[in-house]
Design a protein around this ligand. Sequence first.
Ligand code: ZN
Length: 165
Amino acid sequence: MEPKSNIRLDESGYFVSKYARISQKEWTTISTENSGYDTADELLIALDESIETIIETLNRENWGSELKSQHGENFDTTIEIRFTYEVSNAIGGGSGINPNIHPLVKLNRSRFESNNAPCVHELTHIISPETESLSLSEGLACYMQDEKGNSFSFPNYGVSVHKNG
Ligand SMILES: [Zn+2]
């Protein structure tokens, strides 16, 4: 069996997993008490699992190699996680907002600290193909959060997307 955790701390102070990274400094600014994650390792392992679920569900095995073919073989597709006082958002990848920069997910700080951050929603924006349609992009991200993520996120706060027609 593969070891569950292969998180490493790189020379620039980032904890790095297979798909994501977060700086050690950023992590220390978070109050972990009610976040659901005691350590950055735990968060990165959970994010890797979510990312693999998104890739499988959307058949996006090539998302990383697509970015590399656009930006060059050395383009780092690792998704950086940061925290923000503003609403959670994603840039890079298929998010449509400046696809030339490295994938970055910013999670609202207080929502993260209460174990209520829309991680799957924001990761879906990065992994899904870029589309001109904002409604398609948001719809897909909301659907994925509802189906695969924690269940209390905007816009439906845990009510199944199938329920309201
Ligand atoms: Zn969104």
